[in-house]
Ligand binder design. Structure first.
Ligand SMILES: Nc1ncnc2c1ncn2[C@@H]1O[C@H](COP(=O)(O)OP(=O)(O)OP(=O)(O)O)[C@@H](O)[C@H]1O
Length: 356
C-alpha cells in the first residue's frame, strides 16, 4: 500500500502553512477546514503546483519532491478534479475523456474507457459538447477524464461545491462508486461536514494553516478538543446493520452499542449502512426513563468532556459498545447530573441521518 507522505512549510505575507502528514494509501482522506485554512494550497503543493522548497512529498516509493529532486506536476501519477470541470469546450465528452488516456503509455493504463464510462454512468453523454451537459454531468466527465490518466492518487478540490443540493445528491453515489470500486486513494477537500461523513474513511482537520487532527474518520469526528471547526455539525458516524423491518413502518438498525429505530428504509435486512448522529441530537439521562416519547436510547460510558463551541454547552464523548458518540448538553445540565469520565449514562438519540 502506497502511503502518501507530505511534509512542507509555506510562507505568505498573511498566511503560513505547516504540513506534516502520513496518509493511508487507500480509501478517501478528507482534508477538512474552514475557508482560508489552507486546504487548496496544501493540495496544490502535493500536486507540485505550489513550490515548497525544502519539503518532502512522496507516494509509496515514488519521491515527488525532496532536498535534491522535484518532479514537475505533469509527471506525478495523480489526477485532479476541481470545483468546475474544466473540459475542453471544442471536444465532445468522449474526446475529453480520452485526452489523458491517449497520452498515457499503454503499459501504464490501469482503467479502460468502458469501465470508467460505466462506473460514472456517462454512456449516453459521450457525443455531447460540454455546453450541452449539466454541471453534474460535466463533473462526472471531468472525474472520468482524471481517472483515464491512470493516476495512483486522486486529488479532489471541493468537486461538489458548485452544484446545487439536487445535483450533489445525484453525483454522490458515483463518487462513492469511484472511491470504493477503484483501488485508488483519494484526497478530498471539503468544508461540508456531512459530505465528509458520507465519503471519508480518514480525516485531516486544518485550521489557519495548521493540522489540528489527523486520523480515522470517527476518531477525529469524536474528538472533543477540535469541534470548533465543526461548529453546530459536530457528531459521529455509526456503522449499523439493518436487522428488521417492523410492522409499524420502522426499521431497526443494530450496532454493538444497541438498536436504533428509524423510519422504514428501502434496503433489505442484513444491509450495512452508515448513519450520522449529531451531538446536538443526543441528550443524556442517568436513568433509563421510559415515560417519554424518545424511541432511541443506548447505554454508554462517558470518556471525555470539553467546552462546546456554542456558549453554555459542553461536548461529551461517549463509548457505546465501542462506537464513539458525541452529545452536546448545557453546562447547567452537566453540573446538575455531575457528568464525569467513567460514568455510565443513557444517551437519548433524537435524530439519525442515514448516509447511504
Ligand atoms: N496565490 C496566493 N497568493 C497569496 N495568498 C494566497 C494565494 N492563494 C491563497 N492565498 C491565501 O492563502 C490562504 C489559504 O488559502 P486556501 O485557498 O488554501 O484556503 P482553503 O482552505 O482552500 O479555502 P476555501 O475553502 O475558501 O477554498 C488564504 O488566506 C488565502 O487568502
Amino acid at each position: 500500500m502506497s502511503q502518501l507522505r507530505a511534509r512542507f512549510s509555506l510562507y505568505r505575507p498573511a498566511f503560513s502553512l505547516e504540513i506534516d502528514l502520513h496518509l493511508p494509501g487507500r480509501g478517501v482522506t478528507a482534508l477538512f477546514g474552514p475557508s482560508g485554512s489552507g486546504k487548496t494550497t496544501c493540495l496544490r503543493a502535493i500536486a507540485g503546483l505550489e513550490r515548497v522548497p525544502g519539503g518532502h512529498v512522496s507516494l509509496g516509493e515514488q519521491v515527488w519532491q525532496d532536498d535534491r529532486h522535484f518532479t514537475p506536476p505533469h509527471q506525478r501519477a495523480l489526477g485532479m478534479v476541481f470545483q468546475e470541470a474544466s473540459l475542453f469546450a471544442h471536444l465532445n465528452a468522449r474526446d475529453n475523456l480520452l485526452f489523458g488516456y491517449r497520452r498515457t503509455p499503454a503499459h501504464e493504463r490501469r482503467f479502460g474507457e468502458e469501465e470508467v464510462v460505466e462506473l460514472l454512468g456517462i454512456g449516453g453523454l459521450l457525443s455531447r459538447k460540454p455546453h450541452q451537459l449539466s454541471g453534474g454531468e460535466r463533473q462526472r466527465v471531468g472525474i472520468g477524464r482524471a481517472l483515464l490518466t491512470s493516476p495512483q492518487l486522486l486529488l479532489m478540490d471541493e468537486p461538489l461545491a458548485a452544484l446545487d443540493l439536487r445535483r450533489k445528491q445525484e453525483i454522490l453515489p458515483y463518487l462513492e462508486k469511484v472511491t470504493t470500486q477503484l483501488e485508488i486513494p483519494v484526497l478530498y477537500v471539503s468544508h461540508a461536514p456531512d459530505e465528509v461523513a458520507r465519503l471519508a474513511d480518514h480525516m485531516v482537520v486544518l485550521d489557519q494553516g495548521r493540522v489540528l487532527a489527523s486520523g480515522a474518520l470517527n476518531d477525529v469526528l469524536g474528538r472533543v478538543d477540535v469541534p470548533a471547526v465543526f461548529a453546530d455539525d459536530a457528531g459521529t458516524v455509526l456503522s449499523v446493520t439493518l436487522t428488521s423491518h417492523e410492522d409499524d413502518a420502522l426499521s431497526r438498525l443494530s450496532f454493538a452499542g444497541g438498536d436504533i429505530y428509524v423510519a422504514q428504509q428501502p434496503q433489505p435486512v442484513g444491509a450495512q449502512l452508515r448513519c450520522r448522529v449529531h451531538a446536538r441530537d443526543i441528550s443524556l439521562s442517568l436513568s433509563a426513563a421510559t415515560d417519554d416519547s424518545i424511541l432511541n436510547r443506548v447505554t454508554a460510558q462517558i470518556e471525555a468532556l470539553a467546552p462546546a463551541p456554542t456558549p453554555g454547552h459542553v461536548l461529551v464523548r461517549l463509548n457505546a459498545g465501542g462506537a464513539p458518540l458525541l452529545a452536546r448538553v448545557t453546562q447547567r445540565s452537566a453540573r446538575a447530573l455531575n457528568l464525569a469520565p467513567g460514568m455510565t449514562v443513557f444517551a437519548q438519540i433524537k435524530a439519525v441521518a442515514l448516509l447511504d
